[in-house]
Design a protein around this ligand. Structure first.
Ligand code: ATP
Ligand code: MG
Length: 556
């Protein structure tokens, strides 16, 4: 897939060095390790592009591994959505997808080995006691009274835990490291707990489940991962991973941390995204306003635009906030090149051409793309009655008005120049129809003696298809919705105008059979795509033609 050589980053430099020194015999094995407890979001896309991108770059492999140690929050729905999203982004994982739960037997054996080495023990402190014994950042913790029990006792107890003799929470298995360590993760962390719970992969086989930290580093080791790439918050867990792998003398992948993606006007936390879904603030995980990959796809984002975005934001070790305008720019740029043009009138108003014959019809042939002849042409029908957008007419226009007004002329895109003679109004004074004249000598040539003010889009009324158009905008109107706000939560910043539904848009007939998911530039309106889910004719706005938020920001 790599069309042009991609610039490197500090991680590719580390790997190049490792390859020079032969650290992993030149092998490069990475993995993308999601927990299947929600849909993937744009932050995950950064990690996916990084991990799979590195494997591609070094002719290595990348595993897709589900870190599924927490059955109560996980589901098959999430597993399937994750596979679909990774594939859609354009990446191929090595062999079959992996599951941490595939390793539960080995992980159990590793835990027994730790106990036998005198490096783990069963602890019966209650959660409250455990917290008290743990100490604080300023004060060291205290040793558990169960810490010095014999390996034999502990192996026996651990076996009984596995057999289901005890209730949830009655006891845990802890690593025996250092209760005085300044790193809280090293203060005898829990490595196994009791959960009498069905697991989506292992069914009812287990009632003890390994903790994430213990599982994660050993799964990497068992998969011969060479470079275990993760986000910065795992830096403080690295000493624990090192301890586990060194104590058990397994293979030792090299962990490298990078800064997670933070986007303004966006939340990227599965917990918060789930709350938006569960509380009905959005239609679902794939609501086009969500920062999920499935939401972006339904919004009309292309996989390439997301990959380009991830490439551009780069990979560093310092946390920062990326402007969501960069993501919007990436899709705008990709669709500008790739999407065909079409005409759609979102807020229609009738135009009657008084001097056009009643039954006459013409077919105009127009280019699908202004810069790409290979995109071909399409046929657009023309007749006496048209629709134009209500916003393209003004009775008393502002200065520099470039559209239609009484007595003024404009060109219909791809068609004739028309002049407006009269605006017909309803009882409330709203303009409901415009009576215009067309100039038959202006097809493809300038009129003589006068100049049209601008170019507007239109559709032929009798040929138009009616569609629903959903104007999506940013879901939050606050740049940092999930930062700390005195009395508000991220839910208080939901943009009430993030979805405006137009039921009566009039589209040129070629759009009637657009395949679901196809993107178009609706001339002068923005980029839209046929909804992926509904069988009805619905178009979702992907992004406007220009960034209107930049102006709002500048005014602040
Ligand atoms: P969330 O905080 O949304 O729940 P998570 O980190 O708990 O995300 P995981 O399923 O554990 O979700 O993530 C899988 C991988 O994706 C991890 O390696 C994680 O570091 C990475 N990842 C998650 N969020 C981001 C982000 N915003 N930017 C870059 N990588 C991310
Ligand atoms: Mg996580």
């Amino acid at each position: 897939m790599s069309e042009t050589p991609k610039p490197g980053n500090f991680i590719t430099q580390i790997i190049e060095k490792d390859n020079e020194t032969g650290k992993y015999a030149g092998n490069v094995m990475t993995r993308f390790p999601p927990e299947p407890n929600g849909y993937l979001h744009i932050g995950h896309a950064k990690s996916i592009c990084l991990n799979f991108g590195i494997a591609e770059r070094f002719n290595g492999q990348c595993n897709l591994r589900f870190d599924d140690t927490n059955p109560e929050k996980e589901s098959l729905e999430y597993i399937n959505s994750i596979k679909k999203d990774v594939e859609w982004l354009g990446f191929e994982w090595a062999e079959e997808p992996k599951f941490a739960s595939n390793y539960f037997d080995q992980l159990f054996d590793f835990a027994v080995e730790l106990i036998k080495l005198g490096k783990a023990y069963v602890c019966k402190l209650t959660p409250d006691e455990m917290r008290e014994y743990r100490g604080t950042l300023k004060e060291p913790g205290k040793n558990s009274p169960y810490r010095d029990t014999t390996p034999e006792e502990n192996v026996a107890l651990f076996m009984e835990m596995k057999k289901g003799k005890f209730a949830d929470g009655e006891m845990v298995l802890r690593a025996k490291i250092d209760m005085a360590s300044p790193n809280m993760n090293m203060r005898d962390p829990i490595i196994y707990r009791i959960r009498h719970m069905h697991h989506h992969q292992t069914g009812d086989k287990w009632c003890v489940y390994p903790m994430y930290d213990f599982t994660h580093c050993l799964s990497d080791a068992m998969e011969s991962v060479t470079h275990s790439i993760c986000t910065l918050e795992f830096q403080d867990h690295r000493p624990l991973y090192d301890w586990v792998l060194d104590t058990l003398k397994t293979a030792h992948p090299q962990q490298i941390e990078f800064a997670r993606l933070n986007l303004n006007y966006t939340v990227t936390s599965k917990r918060k995204l789930k709350q938006l879904v569960d509380d009905g603030h959005v239609e679902g995980w794939d609501d086009p306003r969500m920062s999920t990959i499935s939401g972006l796809r339904r919004r009309g984002y292309t996989a390439r635009s997301i990959r380009n975005f991830c490439e551009r934001i780069g990979v560093t070790r310092s946390d920062g906030i990326v402007d969501v305008g960069m993501l919007e720019h990436a899709v705008r740029e990709d669709l500008d090149q790739g999407a065909n043009r079409a005409m759609a009138v979102l807020n229609p108003i009738k135009v009657t051409l008084t001097n056009y014959l009643d039954d006459k019809e013409e077919i105009f042939t127009v280019n699908n793309h202004p810069k790409k002849t290979e995109a071909g042409t399409r046929q657009v029908p023309f007749s006496k009655n048209l629709f134009i957008d209500a916003a393209d007419f003004a009775e008393t226009p502002p200065k520099k008005w470039k559209r239609l007004t009484l007595g003024g002329a404009v060109r219909l895109r791809g068609g004739y120049v028309i002049t407006c003679d009269e605006a017909i109004k309803d009882a409330d004074g709203n303009v409901v129809e415009l009576l215009c004249r067309y100039d038959e000598n202006t097809l493809g040539v300038n009129p003589e003696g006068y100049k049209p003010k601008g170019v507007i889009h239109w559709v032929s009324a009798k040929h138009a298809v009616t569609a629903e158009v959903r104007l999506y905008d940013r879901l939050f109107n606050e740049a940092a919705p999930d930062a700390h706000h005195e009395t508000k939560t991220f839910l208080d910043f939901i943009n009430k105008e993030s979805l405006v539904v137009l039921q009566n848009a009039k589209l040129e007939p070629s759009l009637e059979h657009a395949a679901k998911g196809t993107g178009f530039q609706f001339e002068r309106e923005g980029y839209f795509c046929r909804d992926l889910v509904s069988d009805k004719l619905i178009f979702n706005r992907t992004v406007t033609l220009r960034d209107s938020w930049a102006k709002i920001e500048a005014k602040r």
